[in-house]
Design a protein around this ligand. Sequence first.
Ligand SMILES: [Zn+2]
Length: 240
Amino acid sequence: MKTKQTPLTINIEQLEQPTATFANGISTQLKNLILKGEHRSLSPAEKEDIIIEAAFYYGKFLTALGVDWENDPNSSNTPKRVAKAYVNDLWKGRYDLLAEITSFPSNYDGMIVETNIPVFSQCAHHHQQILGVAHIGYIPGPGQHVLGLSKLNRIVEHYSRRGQIQEDLTMQIHQTLNTVIPDNVGIAVVVDSKHSCVSCRGVKHQGASMQTAKLTGAFLQEPECREEFYMYVRNAVTKS
Ligand SMILES: [Zn+2]
């Protein structure tokens, strides 16, 4: 039985669920480790191997597009730069496991809301930018644990840093919170983002934004609770 007096580290291994035929958002290299029973992030050497191979093929990609990158002093190292940016930053969430989440005992039983959490992601369809914010609310059960605040940011960051669709990102953030706060009274996740694949290509509409929301528990069932959450969101959006 878990103690309510000490910090609690939640087992989050079940959150990334690749299958033999589908890496499901993480990299195939990380999928293969997990399927072998090695539940760890890729090592720096394993990431370097990916960067070297990805740089080779990105050079081929640029050549196919007619870019004389090898003879352009501004672009001669671009394949390596791009590969490093993808592995270390843009798609970091494909190569690292979500860090352990520790929660702390508390008697607080009100609503906890963090707004304007930055979202930087890419759409799975065109690999164009998704830029926006996430707003998260949760209500711990009475006498239960609360998360360190930055963990909400880290959860958003982990699932944002890969190619995907915003609908899945919203669900992944919610599912993770529901796992690490198992006795919660309710969880609310809103993502509000602008998509470059709408503004810069195809229909080319500037200014359109996409909102997705996943509400459960009191946020879904109690209008006053939902209204309180959206009041915090409105205030935060107005101030920003
Ligand atoms: Zn797209």
